[in-house]
Design a protein around this ligand. Structure first.
Ligand code: GLC
Length: 751
């Protein structure tokens, strides 16, 4: 009833005011009714604190939070899922508090809610923006059916360091591709209308530089210069703003010595100022309070003061706003206008979601029952899973496997593991719910598959908060594995990482196959050379030995619910692999950080023999597999690279063309990639930068001309003048199937 009066009031006001939107009138009107405590309540986010449909809260901690909820001092809940739980808490907020302001319910729907899609690093390897958007759409349909209206995704952190466990959540090392993927994922989650019942607010995170954690150690200092910040780290965040993302999340780390949560430069100057972002910023879990151990805040009150003034609008789980902000406002350390701005932003997202019109719109039991885990959703995640697989090596066309009269030895604990493929950040994906590789291969009936574990990678159950218990000394399964391999036509070895060996808090100092897997791989190769290595992992690994010895290598990542079916369809050639790496694979961890768009240095190395050049004495500079790399069961040939002109000014454009030919015997897809090198600028420029790509599917023998339009927008970068501009001079244009392409054509940007 209360809201009805409010709405009527605002409608009446609308008639009287001409230039304020209905939303603005509604929010201003509501704000004018709120006490300071109620305003601060909207800036307060609590983690789900009891099973709302079960026993009431126990212990003082739970009871105090329940009281806050009943007193309208909570604006959002995270990790409360399921229609019953959401409805129960929403009912308290809407029907038992003075103003009845609905809660917004958030959850980490990173790669699926119940039907789990490939980890985002895998999805990025598909380079299929439509499929990536579709995957986020499916996740939003399921999450919204479970009562949720906000996801803490997409994670858009660029990273060049596979030691950092959270590379599994991102889109790899390149800002151009990362920006397009950020946009696709925001659109997938938010749809065309945020007020629809099956769209949810997205959240670009972690703002910023989290992927540049020093030494790849999670939560560590991130020191980058302003130019790397603007040219490499910020573009995907800006793309998310341009795509209309509703929220941002700041990050745990310092950026140039200041915790991101307390950075007014990032949150106010850039995000809300220069970019005009009108949504709200939520802190990462406890990051406001963490400014004390950072050595940046004296105490909780000081941390709250810094964060609020710096533009961190909502406090996730440090409880410092709810405990300290009222005194800070009354003492003048935080102006009420700061609070009002934060609250208006938060109310604005709730308004956009339609929560004021119908706070229970996400609470439909029938929809929850019918939507979660549907066949349609399983088919969607199978599609993107197949497209995410990258073929790294296929000597003597060992793949695709013959479909009959073969004895296949399937070896590795991960081959019969229905859990690891779901990866970290698995939403409400049920344990052991993925299709295993064994199940996928067994769906092909005309071969004989003999499975043996060979070795335990890990023991026992795993979860978000525990270290995986890795086996380093039990080789008891080796003999059986050797004999099965010896008596088989081909061996498929599924090795890699347990699902919780990557993700948050999973940094590693080496990138080798964990445990005894490498030893097993070498033992098996000694008894049967026909080995197909299938990697199930969440980061680039050091597979140097495999690259030198194993004839076929498939990077299958952690592919989610349909992993086993996707892998089987690729191994049998029912899907010709089309994925391309979005992170470079290092020869060893000593090369890390390693990435394709590196600077040439003043002493570029052509040979390791030259001591006084930028090289290592023990390995070459190049990665095993570069950014953009991926093979197919067919082969592609590039020819006739041409430019429509050898010069242009900043108002003109040039067409760069190449002819692509399928020179093999299978129909296949190829991601044709355009790279540009700016030979010299007011800053030292990268050797190559991705500036375009196009996916083509060609029949055997078919050729097609591919055109890219190069205009001034592709030549701009954040220059020494601290603005986005192009600079006159020479540019090289490369077009190929990965970033390691050599042939180029030159043009000049002239006045
Ligand atoms: C975590 C993560 C963040 C996540 C949040 C809520 O610590 O850093 O990505 O969204 O807490 O779970």
């Amino acid at each position: 009833m209360r809201k009805l009066i409010t709405l009527l009031l605002s409608t009446l006001l609308l008639i009287s005011c001409d230039n304020k939107s209905e939303k603005e009138i509604f929010i201003n009107d509501l704000l004018s009714q709120m006490t300071l405590d109620e305003k601060i309540g909207q800036m307060n986010q609590y983690n789900g604190f009891w099973d709302a449909t079960g026993p009431m809260p126990e212990g003082e901690y739970q009871k105090s939070r329940y009281r806050d909820l009943k007193n309208g001092l909570v604006g959002s809940m995270l990790n409360v899922t399921g229609v019953d739980n959401v409805r129960a808490l929403q009912k308290i907020a809407v029907e038992e508090t003075r103003l009845g302001i609905p809660l917004i319910f958030a959850f980490d729907v990173i790669h699926g809610y119940q039907t789990i899609s490939p980890i985002p690093l895998a999805e990025s390897s598909s380079w299929d923006l439509e499929a990536i958007e579709k995957s986020a759409r499916v996740a939003a349909i399921e999450a919204s059916a479970a009562g949720l209206n906000w996801t803490f995704a997409p994670m858009v952190d660029i990273s060049r360091d596979a030691r950092w466990g959270r590379v599994m959540e991102g889109a790899g090392e390149d800002p151009f591709l990362g920006s397009l993927i950020a946009k696709a994922r925001v659109k997938g989650f938010q749809g065309n209308d945020l007020s629809d019942y099956n769209t949810i607010a997205a959240c670009a995170k972690h703002f910023t530089s989290y992927g540049f954690a020093e030494a790849g150690r999670d939560y560590n200092t991130a020191d980058t210069n302003e130019y790397t910040l603007f040219n490499t780290i910020l573009p995907p965040f800006k793309a998310a703003v341009d795509a209309g993302v509703s929220t941002f999340m700041n990050s745990f780390n310092t950026v140039d010595e200041i915790p991101a949560t307390g950075s007014s430069f990032l949150q106010r100057d850039i995000l809300k100022g220069e970019w005009g972002f009108d949504g709200f910023v939520v802190s990462d879990w406890g990051s406001i309070g963490e400014m004390i151990p950072h050595g940046y805040a004296r105490d909780g009150a000081h941390a709250a003061e810094i964060a609020a003034n710096a533009g961190s609008d909502m406090d996730m789980e440090s409880s410092l706003y709810i405990r300290k902000l009222d005194e800070l406002v009354t003492s003048g350390k935080v102006d009420i206008s700061i609070v009002d701005d934060a609250v208006k932003r938060i109310l604005g997202v709730k308004y956009d979601l339609g929560l004021f019109d119908d706070p229970y719109k996400y609470c439909n039991k029938d929809r929850e029952k019918n939507v979660l885990g549907s066949k349609e959703n399983q088919e969607a995640v199978l599609d993107i899973a197949k497209k995410s697989i990258v073929l790294l090596k296929n000597d003597d066309a060992l793949l695709p496997l013959k479909k009959k009269n073969q004895t296949i030895a399937l070896i590795g604990q991960l081959a019969n593991d229905k859990n690891s493929a779901i990866g970290n950040w698995r939403g409400r994906g049920a344990s052991n719910s993925a299709v295993s590789v064994l199940e996928g291969l067994n769906s092909y009936k005309e071969n004989k598959v003999i499975y043996t574990k060979g070795v335990d990678l890990y023991y026992g159950e795993t979860n978000f908060f525990t270290r995986v218990d890795v086996n380093y000394n039990d080789r008891s399964g080796f003999n059986r594995a050797r004999s099965v391999a010896k008596s088989s036509d081909v061996v498929v070895m599924v090795l890699g990482e347990e699902g919780y060996q990557t993700g948050e808090g999973r940094s590693r100092t080496n990138l080798l196959l964990p445990g005894l897997q490498q030893e097993l791989l070498e033992e098996i190769y000694n008894v049967n050379k026909n080995v197909v290595l299938v990697l199930v992992n969440g980061r680039p690994l050091n597979i140097s030995w495999a690259d030198e010895n194993i004839p076929a290598i498939v990077e299958a990542w952690q592919l989610g619910s349909q992993a086993g079916n996707a892998i089987a369809q690729v191994l049998y050639g029912d899907y010709n692999p089309s994925g391309k790496l979005t992170m470079s694979f290092p020869r060893n961890v000593g090369q890390v950080p390693i990435y394709y768009n590196y600077k040439n240095t003043g002493r570029p190395s052509k040979s390791q023999k030259v001591v006084t050049a930028s090289a290592y004495s023990d390995v070459e500079n190049s990665p095993i597999y570069p950014f953009g790399y991926g093979l197919s069961y067919t082969s592609f040939n590039y020819s006739d690279l041409t430019l429509s002109s050898e010069e242009m000014n900043n108002k003109q454009s040039i067409i760069a063309s190449v002819t692509l030919t399928n020179s093999g015997k299978y129909k296949g897809k190829e991601v044709v990639q355009l790279y540009i090198r700016d030979l010299h600028g007011s800053l030292s420029r990268p050797l190559k930068e991705l500036k375009g790509f196009e996916m083509l599917e060609l029949e055997p023998g078919e050729s097609k001309k591919v055109d890219f339009t190069i205009d001034n927008s592709l030549l701009k970068y954040y220059t020494v003048n601290k603005k986005w501009e192009s600079e006159l001079g020479d540019f090289y244009v490369y077009i190929g199937g990965n970033s390691d392409v050599d042939s180029f054509k030159k043009f000049e940007l002239i006045n």
